[in-house]
Ligand binder design. Structure first.
Ligand code: HPA
Length: 269
């Protein structure tokens, strides 16, 4: 894998004019953040050696290099999910490549179902911690050049980033919740009993992404910031039928707040 990471990063370095400092993985309904990237250089996943290709509806597949509010970024428009059939090495390969490109931090966004009864549809939740219920992407032989065998996970999400987000939220009138994200494989949404279980074990929101990428970022020593849009509710009395279309619609509604928050954060790092 190490050689593949090196060669994919070399391919990208050759194409781009400026080295990115922040990698941003854009989740469901948030792809339009890229419209705010200036001096954008797009590279389709299909062109990139060893990159998987995204299949899920609503996710285009390309990397966008450029500037967001003055910060040098690479944005992933379309991520790889385990439920699409990619193995965890494929799901997390882009994060390895970003690290090799010299990125200093990873920002991740996603859509999730709310488990905390204080949450409402459309809320933004800063991910303060997670519970991994997916296969761990680090299972298998460990390559010391990429990170240690047994990575510490006492601070999976960077505290300074959380505080920065909250102070921007206060200034800009963007309400931010904090909570624990439960990562499941999907692709089924939860049964009522599963939502109840995820709440009991300490979750505030549940979704099908993010955790593998964050684990690999931490393995490689990258500080991370994660934010989740609550697109549906999974607690007693509020559970309704949920579809991918609903998730995308609610995701799109939160787009403006998300864009403001992320681009303000980048300007102040
Ligand atoms: N469950 C799992 N994943 C999700 C949900 C949900 O309720 N909403 C958006 N992604």
């Amino acid at each position: 894998m190490y050689n593949k990471i090196k060669s994919t990063a070399a391919f990208l370095k050759d194409k781009i004019s400026a080295q990115p400092e922040t990698a941003i993985i854009l989740g469901t309904g948030l792809g339009r953040l890229v419209e705010h990237i200036t001096g954008a250089q797009a590279v389709d996943y299909g062109e990139i050696p060893d990159f998987p290709v995204s299949t899920v509806e609503g996710h285009c597949g390309r990397l966008i290099f450029g500037q967001l509010n003055g910060a040098k970024v690479v944005a992933m428009q379309g991520r790889f999910h385990h439920y699409e059939g990619y193995d965890m090495q494929q799901v997390t390969f882009p994060v390895r490549v970003f690290k090799e490109l010299g990125v200093k931090r990873l920002f991740v966004s996603n859509a999730s179902g709310g488990l905390n009864p204080d949450f409402e549809i459309g809320d933004l939740m800063i991910i303060s911690d997670h519970i991994n219920l997916m296969p761990n992407p680090l299972i298998g032989p460990n390559d010391q050049r990429l990170g240690v065998r047994f990575p510490d996970m006492s601070k999976p999400y960077d505290h300074d980033f959380m505080e920065l987000a909250e102070s921007i939220g206060r200034e800009r009138g963007i309400v931010l919740k904090r909570g624990v994200y439960v990562g499941t494989t999907g692709p089924t949404f939860e049964t009522p009993a599963e939502y109840r279980f995820f709440r009991i074990i300490g979750g505030d929101a549940v979704g099908m992404s993010t955790v593998p990428e964050v684990i690999v970022a931490r393995h490689g020593g990258l500080p991370t910031f994660g934010i989740s849009i609550i697109t549906d509710l999974g607690f007693e009395g509020k559970i309704q039928e949920v579809s991918h279309a609903d998730v995308q619609i609610e995701g799109a509604k939160a787009e403006a707040k998300m864009t403001t928050l992320i681009s303000e954060m980048l300007a102040r790092l």
